[in-house]
Design a protein around this ligand. Structure first.
Ligand code: BGC
Length: 762
């Protein structure tokens, strides 16, 4: 009886799908009434078990042969587990990769088995597969991997982020995967945080612009593909600087800094959001109805799918201790507003959710709200029409299609922070034909260039590196010639003896430059927690020893966060920040070093000078007060937006179209920018505002606009920006957004003009 009824429902579903097939394909955009009718018609046929299944997400490892964290190799899906999870429990979503990347063929095999099983359950609803393809197809063998988000932030070029996302969408969709857990819209306001590099930087406006571009690239570029905004919200602002630890964020600061990037990306149509695994003000975000329903659904108007982070309902009783057991934790999270649980290892959540509904603790109509959202997402992604099956392998796109964009993104990200002449001679670009000595722990590591979420979660296993992609030293050999490059490999834990070997080699070779690959090896999440932001002692000792030889010393930092190094900074003649530029990053670094490319990256964060004295650029006046009572207390190593080129530019004649504005007016800011150097340059024009007096202590600066300007040698142009007065506001004491009349400074570079803002329009 039951099975007959189910098969009838499956036919009904198939019929509805057929009717609406023609309308599908874009994969994104707002839901229309026919989609809603479609979703309602399916929802009305679902049993409680179907609904619970739709709200459950398990990891691929849970249905593989072997143990989830110790799968048998080569990997296969275990047919008994597949049947139990996908048919009996009707689990509606699978994520992740089973501990490492796979070939497109393998992905197709997995997806086909999964969708075939899904088609056998009563509802026949296809599975929604999600993955962390955060800087390209991270879990596909030889996929094209570009810079991590922090590098994209350094391009200050939303078009670059959009193209990167579009290319990821195309490659990942070709595997049969429709859902990406990206972009990260957390703010990089604490460099200790081990996921700093997964963000676009410290400023909410920069993050909003880049984040929105990435959502557009994922969702509106021709293939049905969904973005996930994560991690809602405040994840990167833990007091301890460590992963998944408490943050204190008052409502005013929440609305001022943390919500805007999410609000903008929700407006852009982002289909899903993942929740911050930590706690805010003592409340784990996964248990907060205020944050997940009142703020996210109410204030931000989000109507997509809200997914938990990994195991986070369980953590409510195993780590956060706000629930006594799994059942209480589940009720808490569902009451708070969760749509889907990334369980992700077992079926306990499904059993418990069933029980809670059967006992009347959670209403079935509450489940309907979530299931409707999940079905709508599946509908928008065309899963009912494609049955979630991958496109033909023959159509799998050639990697050549995406390589130039990844290389270009890396090139635009590399940031030259220091370049002082030594003994009257230029240090960078490297001139002449003398030998170059290259060493340092990141100088010969592809893993270091890529960072976490590359081949594996932590990105450290060399077995999964992309075949044929060069390391920094290999690219230097290609660009400068093998005869000019001497290299000495160093691991992360190199000793004083190895430093002495480096010194002896330099003394023998007498190179013109020593290029040191410094920084960090990959990590993410808790694995990347640190006790001290200061650069590793052995790397500082290496710099000291190399500096003492008298050669020109160039440091290339390949790292995900700005490690402090003030002690040795004066010993470096040139400093390059490469971030985590990906598989094409080595050549980008080499092109900056040899001058083939005129560097254009700009820091998307403030680089602290001292590990214990970090301030973001938008700090308050009182934070600038020095112990000697001057206003010189803000003294970072490098400022937000810093970055040099081999050319020189001058800003002049900053002006606004008027001196006074009303609340509804738009300010037209213009500034002359001249390339006073001898090379084509790609300059950043960043416009900041300064509220002189306000009812909430104003920041010394707030970024309001940015654009890139490309200028030939000797060329001059006028760049202009439109900033509406409405954008000059802040969250006041009543937690409301206001623009207060008064004087504002408008700043570009060192130029500042004052304007007056009046309550009434002038
Ligand atoms: C991370 C998320 C990620 C998820 C799925 C979690 O541990 O915090 O950012 O999307 O795993 O892989």
């Amino acid at each position: 009886m039951t099975s007959q009824l189910y098969s009838g429902l499956a036919i009904l579903t198939a019929g509805v799908a057929a009717i609406f097939m023609t309308g599908c394909g874009s994969g994104s955009g707002p839901s229309n009434s026919s989609d809603e009718a479609f979703v309602d018609s399916i929802l009305s046929t679902l049993s409680l078990a179907d609904k619970v299944g739709e709200m459950t997400q398990l990891t691929l490892g849970a249905i593989g042969t072997g143990e989830a964290y110790n799968l048998s190799e080569p990997q296969h899906l275990d047919s008994a587990k597949v049947r139990k999870v996908l048919v009996d429990y009707r689990v509606g979503s699978i994520l992740n990769c089973g501990n490492h990347e796979h070939s497109p063929e393998k992905w197709h095999e997995f997806i086909e088995v999964i969708q075939e099983a899904a088609s056998q359950k009563s509802s026949g609803i296809p599975v929604l597969y999600g993955v962390d393809a955060i800087h390209g197809p991270t879990y596909t063998e030889n996929g094209v991997l570009g810079p991590q988000q922090i590098g994209l932030g350094a391009t200050w070029n939303p078009a670059v982020a959009k193209t990167a996302a579009k290319n990821t969408a195309e490659q990942v969709h070709a595997l049969g995967i429709h859902w990406n857990f990206s972009p990260v819209l957390d703010l990089a306001r604490d460099p200790r945080w081990p996921r700093f590099w997964e963000t676009f930087g410290e400023d909410p406006y920069l993050v909003s612009e880049m984040g929105t571009a990435m959502v557009e690239g994922y969702q509106y570029s021709g293939v049905p593909f969904a973005a996930t905004l994560k991690h809602f919200f405040g994840y990167g602002f833990a007091l301890s600087g460590k992963d998944r630890t408490p943050a204190w964020i008052p409502e005013r600061q929440m609305r001022e800094y943390f919500l805007p990037p999410f609000a903008k990306a929700v407006e852009a149509g982002a289909m899903s959001i993942m929740v911050n695994s930590g706690e805010i003000n003592g409340v784990p975000v996964h248990s907060s109805k205020f944050l997940l329903t009142e703020i996210l659904r109410g204030d931000l108007g989000f109507d997509g799918v809200l997914v938990t982070d990994w195991e986070d309902i369980k953590y409510l009783f195993t780590r956060h201790m706000v629930a006594e057991n799994y059942k209480q934790a589940t009720k808490m999270a569902i009451d708070a507003g969760i749509d889907m649980a990334m369980v992700p290892l077992d079926l306990d959540f499904s059993n418990i959710l069933m029980e809670l509904v059967n006992e009347g603790e959670i209403s079935e109509s509450r489940l309907d709200q979530s299931v409707r959202r999940i079905l709508m997402m599946k509908k928008k992604l065309g899963l009912f029409e494609s049955n979630g099956l991958p496109p033909s392998l023959d159509a799998y796109p050639a990697k050549e299609k995406f390589e130039s964009a990844a290389a270009r993104a890396a090139l635009e990200s590399i940031t030259l922070l220091k370049n002082e002449p030594k003994d009257g001679a230029t240090v960078l670009p490297i001139m002449g034909n003398k030998k170059i000595f290259v060493t340092g722990p990141t100088s010969n590591s592809l893993n270091a260039l890529n960072g976490g979420w590359t081949g594996t979660w932590q990105g450290t296993d060399t077995a999964y590196n992309t075949v044929g992609r060069p390391t920094m030293v290999e690219s230097m050999v290609m660009r400068l010639g093998a005869e000019r490059i001497e290299h000495m490999d160093l691991g992360m834990d190199f000793s004083d003896q190895e430093i002495q070997r480096v010194v002896r080699s330099i003394q023998r070779q007498r190179p013109s430059h020593v290029v040191l690959g410094l920084g960090e090896m990959p990590y993410t999440e808790m694995v990347g927690n640190i006790e001290d932001l200061e650069l590793f002692e052995n790397q500082k000792n290496l710099v000291k020893a190399v500096h003492a030889t008298g050669v020109k010393v160039v440091a290339v930092f390949i790292e995900g966060r700005p490690r402090t190094f003030d002690e040795i900074e004066p010993m470096l003649d040139a400093v390059v920040m490469a971030y985590l530029p990906g598989d094409y990053g080595a050549d980008a670094i080499a092109q900056v070093l040899d001058g083939s490319y005129n560097p254009s990256g700009r820091l998307p964060f403030t680089w602290p000078r001292h590990a214990s004295a970090h301030l973001t650029y938008d700090h308050k006046y009182t934070e600038q007060i020095h112990v000697n009572f001057t206003l010189e207390g803000f003294n970072p190593q490098y400022e937000f937006g810093a970055g040099l080129s081999y050319s020189s530019t001058a800003f002049s004649g900053l002006k606004t179209d008027r001196a006074a504005y009303g609340m509804n007016d738009t300010i037209i800011v213009s500034v002359t920018i001249a390339n006073t150097g001898e090379r084509l340059t790609n300059e950043l024009v960043a416009v900041f505002s300064q509220d002189k007096v306000a009812s909430i202590t104003p920041s010394v600066d707030r970024l309001r606009h940015f654009q890139r300007v490309i200028l030939d040698a000797g060329e001059e142009t006028v760049a202009s920006a439109r900033i509406s007065v409405a954008e000059l506001g802040f969250i006041n004491r009543e937690n409301k957004y206001v623009v207060e009349p008064g004087t504002f400074g408008i700043r570009v570079g060192n130029e500042i003009v004052d304007i007056e803002v009046f309550q009434k329009n002038k």
